[in-house]
Structure formats: C-alpha cells, structure tokens
Ligand binder design. Structure first.
Ligand SMILES: [Zn+2]
Length: 234
C-alpha cells in the first residue's frame, strides 16, 4: 500500500507527541499517512507494554493511519544494526513514502537518537536497487525531516498545526499511562524537565508557532538546503 508520509518513532507515543499535528493535518488533506514504531515501549517507567498497545490502538482510532507497524526492537537497547536498518528499508520499499519523518540524531534518550540514525541510514539504503530483493522496487523518499525530541534545534520549517491543535492534544491524551501519575510520589512530571508531557507539548507548539506568526507549530529539520525553483515565492 502506497504512503505519502511515514513517521519513524522509537516508542509508541513519540510520533503523536512530536509530529501528531503534522500527521493529523496531512491526513485531513487526504495524504496517506503511516507510522512505524521501532519498539513496544516495554521499558517505560509508567504503564506496561499491554497498556501502551491499548493506548496506541486508541490513538490509531483518532488518527486512522493507513499503516501502524512495529519492528519490535528491544526498548532501551535499540541499535543501528544491519538488521534494524534493512527491516526499515524493506518497509520503505514496500510502502514507497515520499516523506520520511524521524527523530533527530541528537537526543538525550539513546533510543531516539539511534532511531533517527536508523531512519537516515534506511532512507539511503532503500534507494539502492541492488540491496532490494527481486521484485522489490527501490525507493528513497524525496524528503527526510527530523522532528524534535529532548534537544531543541533551529528548525528548517515549522508546520502550522492550529487547525488540528485540539485533536493533537486528544492524540497525546490517548497515552494516559504516560501522562498520569503511576504511584504516590509520582507527580506526573517529566523526569528531565520537571514539566508534564502535555505542558511541554503546548509550550513547544506555542514557541515554534510564534516563530512563524501562528498560534501552534511543530518544528522540523531538513538535512541540507531545500530546493527553491522560484525565488519570488520562497
Ligand atoms: Zn520515546
């Protein structure tokens, strides 16, 4: 099944938190959207793997991606192995997306940075005709954009997600185990920044939205300059 956009995320909930608005917006414009999670998030401090797969199903019901795949790599131990990048390259060849969205390769969580690296390497490998098994069509997506995790970067572009903002929050709220306290003493705060996930999502969306003169935005980074064929409308 042909996709327009494929988001590659380390854990179920990363795609929704980082680019949920972009994906909702693309789907609303009739684009064929898919997500592949590299792990099941079984190592998360809050919630079991079962909780997280239930939550992913709820998020899928809202976003309705045409594909929600999982490579079932070990959570907390994601490695940019030949096997990992070739499985992702096979998925890219199978679904032929034009745009790949992936973690930035610099992030505090090693699974995130490694997932970004796996995506970048698979993006390249999927275009190599001789690496594809007979019958598989090579495909290197036209665009690879990195989304923002723990470490801020200066974005190449910011997507105006104002019209889907409330739905993005609904998507993130599907992951109740990640945004509600698990036990007495757990104040629902993010261990790194002392702010809960919903608060961080809003602060970031407001900040990057303001950078382009809108209320809510999601930052993306392209490697290298983007082509412009008409300097008058750049
Ligand atoms: Zn994650």
């Amino acid at each position: 099944m042909k996709l327009d956009i494929l988001a590659v995320a380390a854990h179920p909930d990363d795609a929704e938190i980082c680019v949920g608005g972009t994906l909702l917006l693309a789907a609303a414009r009739g684009k064929r959207v898919g997500i592949v999670d590299l792990t099941r998030g079984e190592l998360g401090t809050r919630g079991s793997a079962q909780d997280r797969s239930r939550e992913t199903a709820a998020a899928n019901a809202l976003l309705q991606p045409l594909l929600r795949a999982n490579l079932a790599l070990p959570d907390g131990r994601v490695e940019a192995s030949t096997e990992a990048r070739e499985s992702l390259a096979a998925l890219i060849r199978e679904h032929q997306p034009e745009v790949l969205l992936a973690h930035h390769t610099e992030d505090l969580h090693p699974d995130h940075s490694t997932a970004g690296r796996i995506a970048r390497e698979a993006w390249y490998l999927s275009g190599l005709a001789r690496l594809a098994p007979a019958g598989d069509k090579p495909k290197r997506p036209a665009r690879l954009y990195h989304f923002m995790g723990h470490v801020p970067f200066e974005p190449t572009l910011v997507v105006d997600i104002g019209e889907v903002w409330e739905r993005k929050l609904e998507l993130v709220r599907c992951y109740a185990s990640q945004i509600t306290p698990a036990a007495p003493g757990d104040r629902g705060e993010h261990f790194l920044f002392g702010a809960d996930i919903l608060q961080r999502v809003e602060t970031r969306a407001r900040f990057y939205g303001e950078r382009i003169g809108v209320r809510y935005g999601e930052p993306l980074l392209a490697r290298g300059p983007l082509p412009c064929f008409d300097p008058l409308i750049a």
